[in-house]
Design a protein around this ligand. Structure first.
Ligand code: NAP
Length: 275
């Protein structure tokens, strides 16, 4: 890549940010498409000053990660309506000093789920009520799916179900539920505790398709058990990949080189984690 006087700068803002896979993902995509763009990490503590900096320096777009996904909202000039409902922003588009916030997690989740289930017609049980569950569940509603929420902490699960106008179930009482698809958006099954699973076998017998948002390990115990029972499955790397694809397409207005991005992601996931 040749950086010169017309190179446009993009990046990821978080704290910490050194572990991020996004620079590898987006630089590979920019390069593959012959775009004069570069993507760098921004370790940011002072959010308002960073936003002024992006405007002043003519940065084109920024990914937003922990701990800024919610705190950034008051500093935006404009917000996409779905990101506003979710209450979290992970993507900035900066044009003529104007910063608009988006959430690409729900787009990534829908793209991944659509490979195994017909979403508008589906009833989907979402496990969890944290940031990932919120983005996934609101995205499913955007597609016309019927959503149910199950979570360990009742107050959080009920609050999300209220926002979505859908049913809530305690995580310990999901055995007899029936749904077309199940999404694990809890951190259960994630390294360093891959022996854990959020879904009892009896529940999996009532489900046709399973997605796990957890991507480390790639094949979680939940996905392995679901496969054994004949469910279609999709792992968390697909959501991760497609949320990056959505960012690339927003910033460039062109189709992303998906296979190149997938290859980058897989090679980095072997020894790394985080977006
Ligand atoms: P979060 O906001 O901290 O939420 C964590 C969720 O997991 C909460 O619902 C929490 O329930 C539940 N949970 C955690 N430990 C539990 C346990 N031992 N038993 C029962 N429930 C438990 O985290 P997040 O950002 O939503 O992330 C959740 C997972 O999604 C993580 O594994 C993350 O890596 C993954 N993720 C993947 C992608 C992707 O692109 N594939 C994107 C974002 C996140 P309580 O409310 O009861 O605490």
């Amino acid at each position: 890549m040749q950086i010169n006087g017309t190179t446009k700068v993009y990046g990821i803002m978080g704290h910490p940010v050194a572990h991020s896979l996004s620079p590898a993902l987006h630089n590979a995509a920019f390069q593959a498409c012959g775009l004069n763009k570069v993507y760098v990490p921004f370790d940011v503590v002072d959010l308002p000053r960073a936003m002024d900096g992006f405007r002043a320096l003519g940065v084109g777009g920024v990914s937003v990660t922990i701990p800024h996904k919610q705190a950034i909202i008051p500093h935006l000039d404009d917000i996409d309506p779905v990101a506003e409902k979710i209450g979290a922003v992970n993507t900035l588009l900066i044009e003529d000093n104007h910063i608009r916030g988006y959430n690409s997690d729900w787009i990534g989740a829908n793209k991944a789920l659509e490979t195994i289930v017909d979403l508008p017609a589906a009833t989907v049980l979402v496990l969890g009520a944290g940031g990932a569950a919120r983005a996934i569940a609101f995205g499913l509603k955007e597609k016309g799916a019927t959503v149910m929420i199950a979570n360990r902490t009742v107050s959080k699960g009920e609050a999300l179900a209220r926002d979505l106008n859908c049913e809530y179930f305690p995580l310990s009482e999901i055995e007899d539920l029936e749904a077309d698809a199940l999404v694990n958006a809890t951190s259960i099954g994630m390294l360093p505790a891959p022996e854990a699973t959020p879904a009892p076998q009896a529940l999996l017998q009532n489900i046709k398709a399973v997605m796990d948002a957890v991507y480390a390990p790639m094949e979680t115990r939940l996905l392995a058990e679901a496969k054994q029972l004949g469910c279609k499955t999709v792992d968390g790397t697909q959501m991760l990949l497609f949320q990056g694809v959505a960012q690339f397409e927003l910033w460039t207005g062109r189709a992303a080189p998906v296979e190149i991005m997938r290859k980058q992601l897989f090679s980095h996931l072997k020894g790394n984690a985080g977006n």
